[in-house]
Ligand binder design. Structure first.
Ligand code: CUA
Length: 337
């Protein structure tokens, strides 16, 4: 009878603690709403383990609180407690329960990982290349972009690699992280379920510019995505001046450089409006100077601008896009005088 009463008291404390922990877990803003099918599966596993953790937390904490209050020794009580010698049934129970929990969590994780790794027949393939300190994404039709654009509800198979050191691909709303390692290519599936623009972050300390190595993942309606891809392709095959403008925009040049022709006002790197003087100072023809500044920026870094800030990724641009970009900058960045 007395045991029953103790059990009920511990259970009451456990229920209160469990309810409190559940409120904190449920109403706290811990995770972004999943924006991809893969994230939905990962969130499911996270919620299972959260629920298991809350139950264990509630029972253990309730027992500790109850014991500390109920069995507290009187201040002048120096006697030892009774000596207890093993309890086979208890030991069996506390071995079996954690085993069952761990096996269930492993199965749930294995199912989620297996489903996330499955290739859909209508998937699109996109190459992702990381380099200090920027990302580049190449589509199957040759278009290259500094932001990752994806069609809604269609699986994208990302082929991720790096050129210099280890980086890591992370879009928190998509749930998955994948290291980007030089000399190796890893696949990662993303099937976006919500339109929007999400931060895309490098999540591996990769050098001084690690903290600024970020861009966006943009989820578009499939028709808008196809149109964007076709427009990019068309713009790239137009006259070099116009194709160059597209390359300039796609690769995020405007984020760092001021360039009147493109309406760009970036202030991280030197302005591109008056390059003739710099080319002369470097003793190079204008176009050669521009090309070298793009593919090997550290060789010719402008005065007052530290090396390694300009990404060296642009050496990866397809030859025709690089040519178009050089022509575009040369045509519009000669400067007056
Ligand atoms: Cu790339 Cu951190």
């Amino acid at each position: 009878m007395r045991k029953n009463k103790q059990f009920i008291q511990v259970a009451m404390i456990a229920i209160i603690l469990g309810a409190l922990a559940a409120v904190v877990a449920y109403f706290g803003d811990w995770l972004p709403a999943p924006a991809s099918r893969e994230a939905g599966r990962i969130w499911f596993v996270i919620w299972i383990s959260t629920i298991v953790s809350i139950v264990i937390f509630a029972i253990v904490t309730a027992a500790i609180i109850y014991a500390a209050v109920k069995f507290r020794a009187a201040p002048d009580d120096d006697t030892d407690g009774p000596s207890i010698h093993g309890h086979s049934r208890l030991e069996i129970v506390w071995t079996i329960i954690p085993t069952v929990i761990v096996v269930l969590l492993s199965i749930a994780s294995a199912v989620a990982m297996h489903d996330n790794g499955k290739a859909a027949p209508d998937r699109i393939k996109i190459e992702g290349i990381a380099q200090q300190f920027s990302f580049a994404f190449k589509y199957e039709n040759g278009v290259q972009s500094g932001t990752l654009r994806l069609p809604l509800k269609r699986q994208a198979e990302l082929h991720l690699t790096a050129l210099d050191v280890i980086h890591s691909f992370w879009v928190p709303d998509f749930g998955q992280k994948q290291d980007m390692v030089p000399g190796q290519t890893f696949k990662l599936n993303v099937t976006p379920t919500r339109l929007g623009t999400y931060p895309l972050i490098c999540t591996e300390l990769c050098g001084l510019g690690h903290s600024i190595m970020r861009t966006s993942a943009i989820v578009m309606e499939p028709a808008a995505f196809e149109k964007w891809l076709a427009d990019q392709k068309a713009a790239l095959s137009g006259p070099p001046g116009e194709a160059g403008k597209t390359v300039f925009t796609n690769n995020g040049c405007a984020a760092c450089h001021a360039f009147t022709a493109a309406g760009a006002t970036g202030a991280v790197g030197p302005s591109l409006d008056d390059l003739s003087a710099s080319a002369t100072a470097a003793g190079q023809p204008l176009e050669d100077f521009i090309r070298e500044s793009i593919v090997a920026p550290n060789k010719v870094a402008a005065k007052g601008y530290p090396a390694n800030v300009m990404p060296q990724t642009f050496a990866q641009l397809p030859e025709d896009q690089l040519d178009a970009l050089v022509t575009y900058i040369a045509e519009n960045g000669k400067g007056g005088s």
